[in-house]
Design a protein around this ligand. Structure first.
Ligand SMILES: [Zn+2]
Length: 177
């Protein structure tokens, strides 16, 4: 092991596949998340179990890792603000090169591949920015006297008829109010 090699929680040994193009192996991992993975109003909380199935394939340039991850996320409904539990299944694929200088983003290090960043990207990018209940819920009740305006539902501003003659003076390539 070199000094730069740091063992993390999703590191997989590929010792048996190094320089053996054509050989492959499938692994199943039940990994417990050490920290929250958050995206906007959704998160996969620390302690969640990620169920990962990955195929490790030896290719000429390195190790091709492809697979999928099953997990549950917590989110807040953007309409009624209730907490939701959502189940996801997302796929990932990445080549871990023997020589990162060849233009690849990931490298086989000390006969291991660290799939944590690729699993994390796949998970976080799948989290919804506007989670909603299924089937659709009722909007949150607003106290009397408060007007709730949803984006896109604002009424257009009516122009004052006294300004109508002036509208003809605006060149056609400028939007008239
Ligand atoms: Zn809701």
């Amino acid at each position: 092991m070199t000094n730069s090699f740091k063992k993390t929680w999703l590191q997989i040994s590929v010792h048996d596949l190094i320089n053996k193009p054509g050989e492959s192996r499938t692994i199943d991992i039940h990994a417990t998340l050490p920290e929250d993975w958050v995206s906007g109003p959704s998160k996969v909380p620390a302690g969640s179990v990620l169920v990962i199935t990955a195929n490790l394939e030896s290719v000429h340039e390195g190790i091709l890792v492809s697979g999928g991850v099953d997990f549950e996320a917590l989110a807040e409904c953007s309409i009624c603000l209730k907490e939701l539990k959502l189940a996801f299944q997302v796929d990932f694929q990445e080549l871990f090169a023997y020589h990162i200088a060849d233009g690849f983003d990931y490298e086989v290090q000390s006969e291991h591949v660290d799939i944590e960043p690729i699993v994390r990207d796949a998970v976080v990018l799948s989290l919804p920015f506007q989670p909603k209940c299924e089937p659709q819920c009722d909007p949150v009740e607003v106290p009397e006297g408060v007007t709730l305006v949803l984006a896109g539902q604002e009424r257009p501003v009516e122009s004052d008829p006294r300004w109508a003659p002036l509208a003809g003076l605006i060149p056609d390539d400028i939007d008239k109010v």
